[in-house]
Design a protein around this ligand. Structure first.
Ligand SMILES: [Mg+2]
Length: 304
């Protein structure tokens, strides 16, 4: 059984579906909101799930914000969230190093969100902000003196990405014993305009190529995120529902961890994409799908 239309379930099967999980992990962009706009009906669905006693986590590959900033964003959109319910990759990067009892400095190719999460764990860092190429490119190779106290490179989304940053990150990343971490592998973000909107994964690929080394990736679909959830909240994978709009991150994570999966079509996957998938015998089909999260709310309301 794969990719069942949630709205096609009769009352009995809807009850069975609802009883089959205690924990919900939900992606954010494309499920709960699109960049700066809430997706209508999603807050009501999330609040209903919580009312029904489900534990709910906001699981995002976003690394430009801190957990506190995401709590604020949730609240502005009508989601009742607390810090412990937010898992973003800036936070995961800080937790990863904290767990390793990391004492050295981090070179960041990324944004303030990563810097602040490292601050919260008492980890030293530098690199955020512009690092502009001036003069001939050989000048950077000549003048750059690697800091021997750097023990990790974290790569996320960096609007100031530049050649000097590429040189520095690649140099640190290939040094023996240095942790080389990528927040998330997303190559594209949903663009509100006609442009391509390259994601953090593009910067990471460039640095990996330059360093000749692969990074440890922390966000979806890699399972570090689920290990953290399991460890902190004692999650039982077989009683967990993963909701997402992205097959290659959300649904793949769900499949790897043994979660029940629900795909919504309010983000980057279209109805046509889903039809192609269903006919392709893909092993990463979601268990259920629906157009948007408000459909789940409507289904749940038929039960009471
Ligand atoms: Mg998404």
């Amino acid at each position: 059984m794969a990719a069942v239309d949630l709205k096609s379930l009769d009352k009995q099967n809807m009850e069975k579906f609802l009883e089959s999980f205690d924990i919900v992990l939900s992606d954010c962009d494309g499920v709960l909101w699109r960049e700066t706009d809430v997706i209508n009906g999603s807050p009501e669905a999330v609040n209903k799930l919580k009312q029904l006693g489900k534990k709910f986590f906001f699981v995002t590959n976003n690394n430009g914000n801190t957990r506190l900033e995401l709590v604020k964003k949730c609240k502005n959109f009508g989601y009742n969230a607390v810090t412990e319910e937010i898992l973003c990759t800036s936070y995961l990067a800080a937790v990863y190093l904290k767990e390793k009892n990391f004492q050295k400095k981090v070179y960041i190719v990324g944004s303030e969100g990563i810097a602040q999460e490292l601050d919260a764990q008492g980890i030293k860092h530098f690199g955020v902000g512009p690092d502009v190429m001036i003069g001939n490119e050989l000048d950077i190779h000549k003048s750059f003196e690697p800091d021997p106290d750097v023990g990790a490179v974290i790569v996320g989304f960096d609007k100031h990405f530049s050649y000097p940053k590429l040189v520095k990150a690649a140099t640190y990343a290939q040094m023996p014993g240095v942790h080389f971490l990528g927040t998330n592998p997303d190559l594209q973000r949903p663009s509100p305009y006609k442009t391509r909107y390259p994601g953090a994964g593009c910067f990471l690929l460039a640095i990996e190529a330059a360093a000749g080394k692969k990074a440890v990736i922390l966000g979806k679909p890699e399972t570090f995120i689920s290990e953290i959830i399991k460890q902190k909240f004692h999650v039982n994978p077989s009683r967990t529902l993963m909701i997402g709009d992205n097959l290659n991150t959300d649904i793949l994570l769900g499949k790897r961890c043994g979660y029940l999966t629900l795909m919504v079509l309010s983000g980057i996957t279209s109805q046509e994409d889903l039809e192609v998938l269903k006919n392709s015998n893909s092993s990463i089909l979601p268990d259920f799908w629906t157009n948007q999260l408000s459909d789940l709310h409507a289904c749940l309301n038929t039960l009471s």
